[in-house]
Design a protein around this ligand. Structure first.
Ligand SMILES: [Cu+2]
Length: 332
């Protein structure tokens, strides 16, 4: 598409062609509607122009006409909503086998942490054909992660995680923008998504020297004294965190919540916000004590406890054939 239309951004994710198809459909319907109105205005103006001997007749209204020009456009417009809804839910639902990447935004840069331990600034390396889930937060103001070639945009908020997922289809270098005005150097807050063939990516990933994120998390878990209360034998003062991620937690006030990333995050920063049933609110708050990066490592570690104890937790997110993935329609 961008080959023929220089202003049309590259299509480099599985979502891109689907978003474009909807966009073209919107433009097409809007064009047809506009043309119909303008043609009707012109034709009627000519047909009923003033002529000698012609008298005006008052029309008192026509029910069939009014119903049809209300109901037909209604159903036409409804197709925007339905099609848009389908794409929205696809874009908001990361596949279960996604590789996870943590993103911390700050004025004015993007800090990226891979599960395998690589860290980058203003660059994100990903392989083609792999579902990638971004778990994003900001350490200051609201930013927004925008990759036009992927047709993706998601606000990045301080104090909580927002997520995004994509599957890159075409090796190359694609612009990353901050799309939420965030201060003096907002316009410079950009970067590159570097999409590589899986083999090239494996070589790049092997070049990392730092420990896997959940290993770092495990060390912090000991260093911050979490392990004194949270023991795997459930004899500690806090609940065992084994398998807690993604499972339902019953709270002291009777509610049941799912222990997702934001729950784990909040449990660490502000433990009294939600007290686990049967436990006392003795856990100290770590707000202002752990940095966003340390928090990500702790969350990654707690999440890794939910996986079978093979010792490779978190590293199992390797490319897997996923027949459940919808095939993309190509609009090129
Ligand atoms: Cu920004």
């Amino acid at each position: 598409m961008s080959k023929y239309l220089p202003l049309w951004p590259d299509q480099a994710s599985t979502m891109a062609s689907q978003v474009d198809a909807l966009y073209i459909y919107l433009l097409f319907i809007a064009g047809v509607m506009t043309a119909l109105i303008f043609i009707a205005v012109a034709v009627l103006a000519i047909k009923y122009r003033r002529q000698p001997g012609r008298e005006a007749v008052q029309i008192e209204g026509s029910l069939p006409l009014e119903i049809s020009w209300s109901v037909i456009p209604f159903f036409v417009m409804l197709t925007f909503f339905i099609w848009g809804g389908v794409i929205y839910f696809k874009e908001r639902t990361p596949p279960a086998d996604s590789t996870e990447v943590y993103v911390v935004a700050k004025q004015w840069m993007w800090k990226i942490e891979h599960m395998e331990g690589q860290r980058e600034i203003n660059e994100l390396h990903v392989p083609t054909g792999q579902d990638v889930k971004l778990i994003m937060t900001s350490q200051d103001v609201i930013h927004s992660f925008f990759v036009p070639a992927f047709r993706l945009k998601q606000d990045v908020l301080p104090g909580r995680y927002t997520t995004l997922w994509f599957k890159a289809t075409k090796p190359g270098r694609y612009h990353l923008f901050c799309a939420e005005y965030c201060g003096t150097n907002h316009s410079g807050m950009g970067g590159d998504i570097i999409v590589m063939d899986p083999q090239d990516y494996a070589m790049w990933a092997a070049g990392g020297t730092s420990a896997p994120l959940q290993e770092t998390g495990k060390e912090l878990f000991a260093a911050f004294g979490c392990s004194t209360c949270h023991r795997s034998d459930a004899e500690g003062r806090g609940p065992s965190l084994q398998g807690v991620y993604n499972s339902p937690v019953v709270l002291e006030d009777g509610r049941t919540v799912t222990a997702d990333e934001n729950y784990v995050r909040e449990s660490i920063l502000d433990p009294t916000a939600k007290i686990v049933k049967g436990f006392k609110p003795v856990m100290p708050a770590f707000q202002g004590i752990v940095s966003e990066e340390q928090l990500n490592a702790l969350v990654a570690y707690v999440k890794s406890l939910a996986q079978p104890p093979t010792g490779t937790a978190g590293l199992q997110n390797q490319p897997a054939a996923s027949p459940a993935q919808p095939q993309n329609m190509q609009v090129q």
